[in-house]
Every structure is written in C-alpha cells, then in structure tokens.
Design a protein around this ligand. Structure first.
Ligand code: PMP
Length: 296
C-alpha cells in the first residue's frame, strides 16, 4: 500500500486521512486566516523566503500573530517535505485565526492554527501550456483595495470562486476580473500580463491584484531578456488588442492566453515573448540559487 502523505498541523505530523481541524476553527467558519501556495522543483523550494515574507505581511494586515518565527516556519516547511520524501511538490501553508466560538470576534481565538500540506497540483495541462488557454472577463469585480483586497492573501476566495464559476459555465479555462473602475485586475489565482509592441505590462496592485511572486519573477526575466516590463492600468480594449497575453502564478506557472471573450489574442497561438519567458522560467525555478534546498 502506498504510504499516506503527512500533514503538519500545529507541530504534529498526521496522515492525510486523519489531518483534521476543529469545526470551530475560524478559518472554516469565516475564512479568517492567511495562506501561501509554494512550489518545490528538483529538491529546491522556489522563492521560499519571499513566500514566507508575504505570509507574515498578510498576517500583519489582519492582525494575526503567527506563533512561529519566520525561521521556524521555513524549517517546518522543509521538514514536512523531508518527512514525505518529496523533491517536487506543491506546498499549501495556512495560518488560521484558530478555534473560537460561533461569533466572528477574533479575540475569542486564542491560538492560531498552522497547517502545512505538501502534495501535487496541476492547474493547466501541458496541452494548455503548449496551445494557450481561453478566458473571459466576468461580471464579478475584483474585491477592492478598501475591502477584502487580494493584496492580502487571505482565506477569503469567494470572489475568485464566483469568477471561476462563470468561466466553468462558459466552458472556458479561466476567468479574468476587472476592478471597480473597469481596469483589468487579475485572474482567479493568477496575475495577468499583456505584451504591447514589445513592452510587457501588468496591472498595478491598486486594482486589488496580489503582489504575485511569479509576477515579480516574470518581470525580472523580461528585463533580463531586454524587454521593458512595467505596471500600468490595462483596459479591456488593451487586452483584446494585445499582441500577447499570459498568466503567472505559483500553481499555474506561466500560461499563454490566446482568447478573451471570443476575441483572439495575436494570431491565436502563444506569442514569441511569452514562449521565451516560459523557457527562462523553466530554468530559473530549477536553479538551486533561487530557493531553499530541502536536503542539505
Ligand atoms: N493572484 C491571486 C489572487 C492568487 O491567489 C495567486 C496565487 N498565489 C496569484 C495571483 C499568483 O501569485 P504567486 O505568483 O505569488 O503565486
């Protein structure tokens, strides 16, 4: 029989089938908590420090005090991977407000719950990456920066789920959200980019988009390849008429977008700059200098 994966919960390692938390945990009752999605490639956790820094930044905004130091958290992630003998993995790290009562007051929750799941994830198939994906702008506006902004990576994903449902019922691969001003914000769990006359553009976080770690990697790779990469507002017209478009995200990696609301992007195939970035991305994620080694 295959060995069950072990899940870290508050310092203990439990088999996946018995990895459970209380129904009174406010992570479940209210989506009160923060999380990170991280990947390991070939024995190295890509940009682990950046993910941990973002987790603690998100926690500080919601006034959640994480009961581990950053160093202890890094060690817990690496140890969970080692316990599961993983070299390539998707890591889901959550810190919830913890167990409280049925009211939403976070003061009732005395101890945050820390969970580390190490498993696999496959969002878009190899075929989607090869041929590009079909998307649509949906009616669901991105949560604004003066509300449950996705600048904070909180457990509240209803905004993304509503958008995803629209893509599902239209039989499309992914949804793209606008902000309340009508500018492009992001996908449901991906940042979005367009290429316009050789310039690479992504929306600013004032649209409510997450400061994506893959977004940052893509911008740095673009600059390294000699392209200008900037943050700027993108209108639906800019997107429809872009030369190229793509998503970035830890789970999604870099995925070409070839259709938005039935408008064909470029010539309908993944564009040359997107392909270059995808190739460079494949290299950088496997560079041992770009992350934390699991096995010393
Ligand atoms: N936006 C949202 C809302 C997300 O959930 C994610 C996935 N973490 C991203 C963008 C992409 O961010 P990253 O590249 O850091 O994974």
């Amino acid at each position: 029989m295959e060995r069950e994966l072990l899940v870290y919960i508050d310092g203990e390692y439990r088999p996946k089938s018995r990895a459970k938390v209380s129904v009174y945990d406010h992570g479940l009752l209210y989506g009160d908590g923060v999380f990170e999605g991280i990947r390991a490639y070939d024995g190295v956790v890509f940009r682990l420090k950046e993910h941990i820094d973002r987790l603690y930044r998100s926690a500080s905004v919601i006034m959640l005090s994480i009961p581990l130091t950053k160093e202890e958290m890094i060690n817990a992630v690496l140890e969970t991977l080692r316990k599961n003998h993983l070299r390539d993995a998707y890591i889901r790290l959550l810190v919830t407000r913890g167990v409280g009562d049925l009211g939403l007051d976070p003061r009732k929750c005395k101890k945050p719950t820390v969970i580390i799941i190490t498993d696999v994830i496959r969002l878009h198939s190899g075929e989607a990456k090869e041929n590009g994906i079909r998307t649509m702008l949906v009616w669901v506006k991105r949560d604004p920066v003066d509300a449950t902004s996705h600048e904070v990576k909180s457990l509240n994903y209803m905004n993304s789920i509503l958008a995803k449902i629209e893509a599902n019922i239209a039989d499309l691969d992914e949804a793209i959200c606008l902000d309340k001003n009508g500018h492009i914000s992001e996908g449901v769990a991906e940042n979005v980019f367009i290429v316009q006359k050789g310039k690479i553009i992504t929306p600013p976080t004032s649209t409510g988009a997450l400061v994506g770690i893959t977004r940052d990697v893509a911008m740095k790779l673009a600059e390294k390849l000699g392209y200008k990469a900037v943050e700027s507002n993108i209108t639906p017209t800019d997107l429809f008429t872009a030369d190229e478009a793509f998503f970035t995200g830890t789970a999604a990696e870099i995925v070409p977008i070839v259709e938005v609301n039935k408008r064909v992007i470029g010539n309908g195939d993944p564009g040359p700059i997107t392909r270059r970035l995808m190739q460079e991305f494949e290299k950088v994620v496997r560079d041992p200098k770009e992350g934390a080694p699991i096995y010393q």
